[in-house]
Design a protein around this ligand. Structure first.
Ligand code: NDP
Length: 242
């Protein structure tokens, strides 16, 4: 698989996003990684991998439009967009604050609108684009204590299929990846006893690693993936066969 495109990865400085950036760079793309607050981690990632980083909040519509205009001015039109940034703010419905509901919806789902709104027109004009939205097994199957996250991720799967229909005629392919449980900072927040129960339900018998997901993203963003659009690629060790 060979590519030579400008690729923007949201939440690209650690975890799954960092692995995605490295795989897209190895495939020959000019990669830019976004992040929101962890400056030290971003600087270390940038230096180690020779990948430029951009700090902006994907939940903020204006910030996204500004950052994308700047990226296009600096690097040229963006042909690959990976909407990967995401957060959790878990709690049962009865305990969940309106703020934790809204933050998760805005960061995980609103971000897809904010980013695609700014990038889709130039992809359409160029007659080429690859958008991959990172959903979740918990958007497919639901999860106790995650009405906010499950709703946002489930929304991503619908968003993907709708935008895929708008992009198909213009060579803009839109797909989703639905990771299962992957060993990153996000999963480190899950209590040990809960994690043990989760691993017991994964047929392959282990958590995923970030590279497992990044390989799938690299596949979907390749030039050769021209006939794949509106799909969800589930990478979950067999935990949810959908
Ligand atoms: P991490 O928590 O390890 O990393 C999150 C990344 O997103 C960081 O780079 C962070 O930046 C960035 N980020 C968070 N909020 C924003 C924001 N508002 N604007 C811009 N960047 C932001 O997450 P993972 O690697 O675990 O997860 C990546 C994606 O995969 C998420 O969408 C997640 O929901 C999804 N996923 C993860 C699973 C897992 O098991 N880990 C399972 C299924 C899906 P900073 O460092 O500055 O905070």
């Amino acid at each position: 698989m060979s590519n030579n495109h400008v690729a923007l990865v949201t939440g690209g400085t650690r975890g799954i996003g960092a692995a995605i950036c490295k795989h897209l760079k190895s495939a020959g793309n000019q990669v830019i990684a976004n992040y929101v607050g962890n400056d030290q981690r971003a600087a270390a990632f940038s230096e180690e991998n020779d990948i430029p980083v951009m700090k902006f909040d994907v939940a903020n519509f204006e910030a996204c439009q500004k950052a994308i205009a700047h990226t296009i001015n600096t690097y040229g039109p963006i042909s690959i967009l990976v909407n990967n940034a995401g957060i959790t703010r878990d709690g049962t419905l009865l305990k969940m604050s309106a703020e934790n509901w809204q933050d998760v919806i805005d960061t995980n789902l609103g971000s897809c609108f904010n980013m695609c709104k700014a990038i889709f027109p130039s992809m359409k004009e160029a007659g080429f684009g690859r958008i991959v939205n990172v959903g979740s097994i918990n958007g497919q199957a639901g999860q106790y204590g995650q009405v906010n996250y499950a709703a946002a991720k489930s929304g991503i799967h619908g968003f993907t299929k709708a935008l895929a229909q708008e992009g198909a005629r213009f060579g803009v392919n839109v797909n989703a990846i639905a990771p299962g449980y992957v060993d990153t900072d996000m999963v480190a927040a899950v209590p040990d006893e809960v994690l043990k129960k989760i691993i017991a339900k994964i047929p392959v018998g282990r958590l995923g690693i970030a590279d497992d997901i990044a390989r799938g993203v690299a596949f979907l963003t390749a030039d050769e993936a021209s006939f794949i659009t509106g799909s969800t690629l589930s990478i979950n060790g067999g935990q949810h066969m959908y």
